[in-house]
Write a protein that binds this ligand. Sequence first.
Ligand code: PGA
Length: 260
Amino acid sequence: MEVIIKESPLEGSLLAARIIARAVRKDPETVLGLATGSTPLILYQELIRLHREEQLDFSRVVTFNLDEYVGLPPEHPASYHSFMKRNLFDHINVAPERINIPDGMAKDIRGFCREYEKKIIAAGGIDIQILGIGLDGHIGFNEPTSSLTSRTRIKTLTAQTLQENAAYFGGLANAPRHVITMGIGTILDSRMCLLLAFGERKAEIVAQAVEGPLMALVPASALQLHPDAKFIIDQAAAACLSKRSYYQYVYDHKPDWQLD
Ligand code: PGA
């Protein structure tokens, strides 16, 4: 696990965008795992800029989103389908048939989840998975106590996550309680994980995920098992890390052979 501490959310997001752009330029059929929430917004803006100004070509890229609310039609403004269109897909040349987002309206949710897993495998697996982290440590919508080997399935959101999301639905009463999410096992199968976390609100949970015990109570701690997981965080989100200066030292002295 690599912890990269940048000065600001902008600098962290630019680094993540560079890693993605390099992968897409090297392999135009890169499979990207995408996340929603406020954290990846600057990253997506930079990917749009790279497409517009530096000809970054997404036409053969395949995407899989982490999650979607159950019972929310794709055109609902708070759906993750809408989020992705608004914040990324409408502004780059990704092919619509190569976009995959869980279908929150699926009649047979279990069957849908099984198919989603098969589609990821058929695409050759996810090359780079973008992740945020919830205040309770969730990745995707894998809430605390999710099995560390879980696959794509339906989950119930915690009261804390519901509260966090309520604003997007005009209050708690309208906020969906259930989601389809890739599992922690699904996420761990991707070749590289890039977890972004910014701001002091995330400081404590980032420290638990990076330096705390590996446990289902902190789903993001499962990334300790991943051979190529990078936490790209800002100074504020790094505040509770006990080995902060060590991570900085490692990054500042990265030998050429380790640079990606
Ligand atoms: P945020 O959400 O990016 O809006 O902080 C992260 C998450 O809940 O995974």
